[in-house]
Ligand binder design. Structure first.
Ligand SMILES: Nc1ncnc2c1ncn2[C@@H]1O[C@H](COP(=O)(O)OP(=O)(O)OP(=O)(O)O)[C@@H](O)[C@H]1O
Ligand SMILES: [Mg+2]
Length: 452
């Protein structure tokens, strides 16, 4: 594709690849400016009805003008190829920012405000995004946030789903849950009504934005599963783990805002993106001024009890045995308090304490030992509780092996946060070099050091 011309766009370099096609940096030779050109996969555009519906939707999206919306410049076809020319945004996607752990609470709230403001403008024009997720949000190098791919997901819908949108209440029968090409990542940000294939309105975008905020703060998805069906099940029936039990310093107000976005019933969510943006702005002001909401004792106890409830039974058994042993030892010592037995108990207690305290480190080492044996693994790093495994290529087998090992190690932790893992493939040399020179490197394959 590089060097080719589509109409008056000269394709210069690849920018990324997604489920719907490939995105390139291109040059608009008519207007003499750089653009991003999304070239859609021919399988998606072969059906004439579907292609026309998509073109109509893209034209509507192109009419929305807002600083937080990546502008659609043009939608066109050349032969079999359908493409969209859009504003080129130099920066990093929120997906990259999450993977690089480059967001603190304030930065995440700031992104959420800009996205909510952009959505408010689009919703007022009767356009629902339907695919709000980290890879469709970019933070430009000067800090502005842009939402990408407005209306593009509609291309994934079967042609039989007639567009039922009206200017007053845009309602679309998605029917897209079994459509081929729907990526796992997309499923994880779907609203309950979207995953059931029901008609949706703008409140579906608010749910998806809630998932993105949760992810920016905790680096985890609120609804997880090994396959699209179990993720959808979690979206429909499960309550997410409270953000504060993953990151204890999350402001309670933010937890409340995200909880409301993630309500299963659209009626229980915010009535508009605008009101969500207003609440987020108040929160940002409080965070900036250092005003931290006081957490009542009752709520603190409630959070603690909820955390205990979430402890897996195997770990709970360990806690109970340790507590019972401690109580028995204290009773025994008090009853027969002799200097010798006190000393012996002290020494034993010290060993137990050291063993328990070092447990997270032991589990990290165990993970590194097991995963470092896999030939495809190039490097393993760990910051806080976040592991990153750099691999040459990742097949399903490798993914499940890494995840199973992580689950086994987490199950054996006595206390502290569970570790999470990000698997990176095709990392360019400069990214590897950067990671190598950073703190937290636990394993490096010899050839990676030689090449650096
Ligand atoms: N307008 C743009 N400016 C700069 N980079 C872009 C632009 N649009 C897309 N990209 C880059 O191209 C990548 C691929 O985008 P694309 O929309 O094809 O896939 P995606 O959003 O990652 O996944 P999916 O296909 O599941 O929606 C993005 O992750 C982003 O890095
Ligand atoms: Mg995209």
């Amino acid at each position: 594709m590089i060097g080719h011309t589509l109409k008056h766009y000269r394709i210069d370099a690849p920018l990324g690849k997604g489920g719907m096609g490939e995105v390139f940096r291109a040059h608009d030779t008519k207007l003499n400016r750089s653009v991003a050109l999304k070239v859609l996969s021919p399988e998606l555009t072969r059906d004439v009805g579907r292609r026309q519906r998509f073109l109509r939707e893209a034209q509507a999206a192109a009419r929305v003008n807002h600083p937080a919306i990546g502008q659609v410049y043009d939608v066109d076809e050349e032969g079999e190829v359908t493409f969209i020319a859009m504003e080129l945004i130099e920066g990093r996607t929120v997906r990259q920012l999450i993977l690089e752990r480059d967001l603190d609470c304030l930065a995440a709230v700031d992104i959420a405000i800009q996205v909510a403001e952009g959505l408010a403008k689009a919703h007022a024009a009767g356009i629902i995004h339907r695919d709000i997720k980290p890879s469709n949000i970019v933070r430009s190098n000067d800090g502005h946030v842009k939402i990408l791919d407005f209306g593009v997901v509609k291309l994934l819908q079967p042609a039989v789903c007639a567009d039922s949108a009206t200017p007053e209440m845009p309602a679309i029968d998605t029917g897209c849950t079994t459509e081929p090409g729907l990526a796992l990542g997309t499923v994880s940000h779907m609203s309950p009504e979207q995953s059931k294939g029901e008609s949706l309105d703008f409140r579906s975008d608010l749910f998806s934005l809630g998932v993105v905020i949760y992810e920016m703060i905790t680096w985890k998805l609120p609804f997880q599963g090994g396959n699209p069906m179990s993720i959808m099940h979690a979206i429909l029936f499960d309550q997410p783990v409270p953000m504060r039990s993953i990151r204890p310093n999350v402001p309670p107000e933010l937890e409340r805002i995200v909880d409301r976005c993630l309500e299963k019933r659209a009626d229980d969510r915010y009535p508009s993106a605008h009101s969500l943006a207003t609440e987020l702005r108040v929160l940002r002001r409080n965070l900036e001024s250092g005003k931290v909401e006081h957490v009542p004792l009752v709520q603190q106890v409630r959070v603690a009890l909820r955390e205990i409830r979430d402890v897996p039974p195997s770990r709970m058994a360990w806690y109970s045995i340790s507590l019972a042993s401690l109580v028995a030892a204290i009773v025994f010592m008090v009853r027969s308090a002799q200097p010798g037995s006190l000393l012996a108990a002290g020494v034993v207690g010290l060993f137990v304490y050291r063993y328990v305290r070092n447990r997270p480190l032991q589990m990290l080492r165990l993970f590194v030992r097991r995963i470092g044996r896999i030939p495809e693994v190039r490097m393993i790093t760990c910051k806080d509780d976040q592991l990153t495994v750099y691999v040459d290529r990742a097949g399903a087998g490798l993914y499940s092996r890494i995840n199973e090992t992580l689950t086994a190690c987490n199950r054996r932790l006595f206390f502290g946060n569970a570790m999470t893992v990000a698997i990176r493939t095709d990392s360019p040399k400069d990214e590897l070099d950067r990671a190598l020179n950073d703190t937290g490197v636990h394993y490096v394959r010899p050839d990676v050091i030689e090449k650096s």
